[in-house]
Design a protein around this ligand. Sequence first.
Ligand SMILES: [Zn+2]
Length: 435
Amino acid sequence: MPSPDLILRNATLPDGRTHQDIAVADGRILAVEPAIAATAHEEVDCAGQLLSPPFVDAHFHLDATLSYGLPRVNASGTLLEGIALWGELKPQLTHEALVERALAYCDWAVGGGLLAIRSHVDTSDPQLLTVQALLDVQKRVAPYLELQLVAFPQDGILRSPGGLDNLKRALDMGVQVVGGIPHFERTMAQGAESVRLLCELAAERGLPVDMHCDETDDPLSRHIETLAFETQRLGLQGRVAGSHCTSMHSMDNYYVSKLLPLIAEARVGIISNPLINITLQGRHDSYPKRRGMTRVPELLAHGVRVAFGQDCCMDPWYGLGSADMLDVAHMGLHVAQMTSQAAMRQCFDAVTTTPAAILGLEGYGLAPGCHADFVLLQAQDPAEALRLRATRLKVYRRGRLLAENPAATTALHLPGRPAQTDRLHRASAPARGAT
Ligand SMILES: [Zn+2]
């Protein structure tokens, strides 16, 4: 083994392996095995805690982030008022303010161990101010965060004049992924037409596709079917993702039994956004109110990749959020009722390995040869990380320490009891292999 410059000792890995040492040289992983004999200039004792590859967010809007309250808040809490509110804010945007807010969010992300983000960028404005700003941000954060940009026609490519041309110009400027919003086009037919045009554009240019697809409670919004069909027809398998797909929650079960194998066959990835779906969907319902999130366990059972995204953070659609992917996975777990040990592990994967695969990240993972990108969590395993939204003790990228957070403790001073330090609600872990 070449001489390592960093060794992380005694880590537990997300797959359950314990007492693992990870040796790193020149920003790549050299070896992952128990008790590595070599020594390094820098050695870190992980004390048996969970070492994961970094969090990945497959769905975000960096151009709108941290604008909550500008120029007012969303009174109805609906998707459509959010879109209208974003329309009111757009004329007031400046390059400097966009860059400043996006950089601030990226700082939060790194502090929380989130080192890769796929952000949609609105291409509706002919000036493409948002696109310029996020391309600028992408360059600035490149040394510490991988940012992928999706050309997102918020106002529709057919519904808004010049929509398709603006989107193409954004791609010409260097945006890497083709987006879309078929459920916002004027009719179902135009929505389907937009999917066809955008997939053909992606095929021509050799680009991936990630569309906002069926973000509605209307069970007849079936653009995901068209997206799977066009993926198959144009040979785009493995390069296409459908985001949200909330209408699937409300669809007829018989139809879904036909749809799920079509999505799997076309290898279309699905990106669900639990925090946003549970707050925006079902707003037209009285009681009972639908949850609105797509059918995550059923998609997974069909072999479809399903990632969980943050989507929004303090913007016209959502007044909360903190770039914390464990919060996102925690909500996804609850809304989808993924409470078995295996399902909780899938929820952890949905903010780490699964979005990394959908984004096509090179060198992601904990195997020799992968980038030395890690987050050390104050937890024993993925389920405990989710339960406690565990402190991210250390965040590394390419073997370099980017962020540290002090371990969470509580000093208790209870009458009639000796002073003690809380053990962070630690309970004994379930027996390995429990499901
Ligand atoms: Zn979105």
